[in-house]
Design a protein around this ligand. Structure first.
Ligand code: FAD
Length: 548
């Protein structure tokens, strides 16, 4: 971990100026430009949402936001910026958790928000094709109205865009059941930094007409199987806007499940969690769709975020789950401290969901699963949901984890993959090193863990309750503790959130040198002037050092 890196903007790039604005005004309508350059009527406040990330941890200083409506416009903008060495940051729904869509300084922000046309869903293949700026939730609705399930589900679905999802290779709750975007994205249109448009396993042309692509042209030409040489679309899945701008995607959707069941299981210890995991796989088999884990500390914060209200289904259920009546603390003023190791007082919660096509069959499988748990395992409690309202309540609790923790203080966020047996061990080590330092060194912290258990993907969030500013010394201490613990377990420092600006430096330190070299070579091949999202994924000096 001794190599050091810099993220300063490369000297070869320049900020946009008034002449550039004049050019962009010649190709875009006034409502497609937000800027404080020149004689614009916009203020800094109009630019603020584009300069801040969802977590409020990153601040950019862009003075120009462009909002193209067509692939043709994206292509013209990129070709112009490529020629003049003006850096750009593609922006989707801005829900990324690594600062990937926040400019580092004064790059042009290229927002896909107006490219939100859903083209079609082919009734026989289930392939849905849409522009990259479509909101994920809209794709869910569109697919389900046509009898299909959009196979990506994440808590930010009301805001994030499919182009952002593909660019971050988002994982989510159904990764275990439906697989990742590398499997489900079957076609893509992407604009390269020099303005060239690549249609990868997609029908030719037509996408340059805003909203004008007809269904036949859009889905025809997109096949589930296409083995004609290098499969370039995979390079853009997870590239976080560093290789080009995704403007359209085609996604294979499975038939909509007609039967759903869910249960929240309360376990005394992580060893019971592992037994529940094995039992779920064995008893539920092909209908097991999700297994999410939450710790007590996190759910206490979720309950706290609901306030004193005990009328909502979520609050009532959480009171039962947390067993607050028997606790000395109240749910609305949750205790926060480092010393919340997994003890009998701090149980773990697993949300298990099944999806299938035969309710009777699925209910009988769920029944066998629960019988096995109650007969042979030491689970503390279980909350079954068979109707959609109660299933929603369980998922609302799960999806409230991220926002509730973010509202309680500054969050040092980690998204790691470790062997499933060691899922809770990284957080336990972090708690131990924090408490060994004593409270005189650092502000009070709470360590919250939740995530996609079946995939070995843990979200570890160290929060300083009531303090919303970053403590640099605490940050480097926690970084060292989390990354050290993950690397000792041969885990991954980013399971599904990507690298963005928050992990580019650590990536440079830990990634195998020869792999990094090939990544830099690819970057130079696609983006020789380094205009695409500089300083994200690869630090600026990794790219420039390779040149020399
Ligand atoms: P943005 O944040 O706008 O951008 C993310 C990156 O992609 C940036 O580098 C940006 O430059 C690039 N980009 C965006 N659009 C394009 C494009 N069209 N072409 C090229 N590059 C582009 N993530 C998970 O994986 N699983 C989860 O379960 C999950 N749950 C979440 C829950 C909450 C409450 C929140 C706030 C976030 C969660 N996330 C999760 C993280 C986030 O929602 C995902 O990373 C999401 O895919 C980002 O999409 P976006 O449209 O918001 O992208």
């Amino acid at each position: 971990l001794t190599r050091s890196f810099s993220n300063a903007a490369p000297a070869s790039l320049r900020s946009p100026n008034e002449d550039d604005l004049t050019h962009f005004r010649s190709i875009l309508a006034p409502h497609q430009i937000v800027t404080t350059l020149g004689n614009s009527s916009n203020s800094r406040n109009d630019l603020d949402p584009y300069n801040r990330d969802w977590t409020n941890r990153y601040q950019g200083h862009s003075s120009l936001v462009l909002r193209p409506q067509s692939t043709q416009q994206v292509s013209s903008i990129l070709a112009y910026c490529h020629e003049r060495r003006i850096p750009l940051v593609p922006r989707g729904g801005n829900t990324g958790l690594c600062g990937g869509s926040t400019p580092l300084s004064n790059e042009v922000v290229l927002s896909l928000e107006y490219m939100n046309v859903i083209h079609s869903l082919d009734a026989s293949s289930g392939i849905l094709s849409a522009q990259a700026g479509c909101i994920l939730h809209d794709l869910h609705e569109y697919a389900s109205q046509r009898g299909y399930l959009f196979p990506l589900e994440i808590g930010s679905k009301g805001t994030c865009q499919i182009g952002g999802n593909v660019s971050t290779n988002a994982g989510g709750q159904y990764y275990y059941r439906w697989g990742g975007l590398h499997g489900n994205v079957v076609g893509m249109e992407v604009v390269l930094p020099d303005g060239r448009v690549l249609r990868l396993n997609m029908a030719e042309g037509r996408s340059d007409v805003h909203g004008g692509m007809d269904s036949a042209a859009s889905v025809g030409g997109c096949h589930r199987k296409d083995n004609t040489g290098y499969d370039l679309k995979h390079l853009f899945i997870g590239a976080e806007g560093t290789l080009g701008v995704i403007t359209e995607v085609a996604v294979a959707c499975p038939p909509l499940p007609t039967s759903k069941h869910a249960v929240m299981i309360v376990c005394e210890s992580y060893s019971t969690v592992l037994e529940v995991l094995v039992a779920a796989k064995e008893e539920l088999g092909e209908i097991l769709s999700a297994m999410e884990l939450m710790d007590w500390q996190t759910l206490t914060l979720v309950r706290g975020s609901l306030g004193d209200s005990s009328v909502s289904g979520e609050a009532l259920l959480l009171d039962e789950m947390l067993d607050t009546k028997n606790d000395s603390t109240t749910a609305s003023s949750p205790p926060l401290s480092q010393s919340t190791a997994t003890t009998p007082q701090s149980p773990l919660y697993i949300l298990v969901e099944t999806q299938g096509s035969n309710s009777e069959h699925d209910a009988s499988k769920m029944d066998s699963f629960l019988t096995r748990l109650y007969d042979s395992l030491t689970i503390r409690n279980g909350f079954l949901a068979t109707d959609s309202k109660r299933i929603h309540t369980l998922w609302n609790i799960r999806e409230a984890c991220n926002p509730a923790v973010s509202r309680s203080g500054y969050v040092y966020k980690y998204d790691v993959s470790v062997p499933i047996e060691e899922y809770m061990d990284v957080a336990a080590e972090v708690k131990e090193t924090l408490s060994s330092q004593g409270s005189s060194f650092f502000p009070e912290t709470a360590v919250c863990v939740w995530g996609h258990l079946a995939d070995g993907n843990a979200h570890i969030n160290v929060v300083t309750p009531g303090i919303f500013t970053k403590d640099e010394s605490l940050a480097s201490h926690v970084d060292e503790s989390v990354y050290g613990s993950v690397l000792r377990r041969r885990g991954s420092i980013s399971a599904e959130h990507g690298i963005g600006q928050s992990k580019s430096e650590i990536l440079g330190k830990i990634k195998d040198r020869s792999v990094l070299d090939v990544m830099v070579q690819l970057k130079q091949l696609f983006d020789p002037h380094g205009i695409m999202n500089p300083g994200k994924v690869l630090t600026s000096d990794m790219v420039s050092n390779m040149k020399s």
